[in-house]
Design a protein around this ligand. Structure first.
Ligand code: NAP
Ligand code: MN
Length: 253
């Protein structure tokens, strides 16, 4: 098995990497792996996806948590020995779709979300769904997230948490500016096959795709859709969605 690593810079993460190298049968192949071990937190997972975007359909990720929040990271350091021993057996995956973002003829992808915002000013623009006008927006920005990204930024701005098996995506406003004639807009959930178009009025825009940040100028329009492209994560003994949400975000009375 050809394998590779994306590893957080921490002593514990490096230790787990060394443990895997010692135990695993196969060859280290940074360019063309079949399995990518992501060792760290969700941020590390996002880096791994970004790094292997070109071959994302052909690989799967084994996400091992070393002490962060870790919503994507189902495996713990104590699972590593068993994990390596069973890696060649029949496997099941969680497959999470990516967003595709098109702006000025270029395409980007995101596993969590894309955001559009403007530093120190209101973002102003119009939103269309399937080319039909929905609303004008005045807000700090707009966040469009996937189901697996719904527990990240989206959740902090009042978006709904979505079960990761739902094939849909969600638009939520970041700190909307409300005036008497502007209605409060709830987050909106759209389905696979639909397309959001945003026509910004601002000359300068800040865009993020997961961990990536870019400043851009004169963007005429931005199109966002959910793709059939997915990221496959090796499943640990089936931790249920509700349990994960409870453990990470709610806790017990
Ligand atoms: P970060 O600044 O280190 O922190 C973001 C936090 O969100 C981390 O605790 C991270 O987990 C967690 N996280 C990431 N993806 C998640 C998911 N799908 N579900 C639940 N929690 C998740 O940033 P980062 O680690 O590079 O992650 C980038 C993400 O940060 C962005 O994609 C965006 O969603 C999020 N973000 C959130 C806010 C906000 O909530 N106000 C603002 C900016 C960005 P780990 O600790 O395991 O890394
Ligand atoms: Mn992080």
């Amino acid at each position: 098995m050809r394998y590779s690593f994306v590893c957080k810079k921490s002593a514990e993460s490096e230790k787990i990497k060394a443990q895997i190298i010692e135990k695993i049968k196969g060859s280290y192949d940074q360019k063309n792996p079949k399995v990518v071990f992501s060792i760290g937190g969700d941020g590390t997972v996002l880096d791994a996806v970004r790094k292997y975007l070109q071959i994302i359909d052909d690989i799967y990720i084994v996400a091992i948590n070393t002490g962060s929040l870790g919503f994507y990271t189902e495996f713990l350091p104590e699972n590593v020995d068993e994990l390596i021993n069973t890696l060649t057996e029949k496997k099941t995956f969680n497959s999470y779709p990516l967003l595709e973002i098109e702006a000025n003829g270029e395409k980007e992808y995101a596993l969590n979300e894309v955001t559009l915002s403007v530093h120190h000013h209101l973002f102003k623009g119009s939103v269309f769904i399937d080319e039909i006008f929905l609303m004008d927006v005045r807000a700090n920005g707009i966040c469009i997230s996937t189901p697996s990204g719904s527990t990240a930024y989206n959740k902090s701005i009042g978006g709904a948490i979505m079960d990761t098996s739902v094939k849909a995506f969600q638009l939520a406003l970041i700190a909307p500016f409300q005036t008497a004639n502007q209605k409060m807009i709830s987050p909106i959930v759209l389905s696979l096959g639909q397309e959001i178009t945003i026509v910004p009025q601002n000359k300068y825009l800040d865009l993020t795709f997961d961990r990536v940040f870019i400043s851009s100028e004169n963007i005429a329009e931005i199109k966002v859709r959910l793709t059939n492209k997915t990221v496959k994560f090796l499943k640990n003994k089936g931790i249920k969605f509700a349990k994960r949400v409870n453990e990470k975000f709610i806790g017990k009375e």
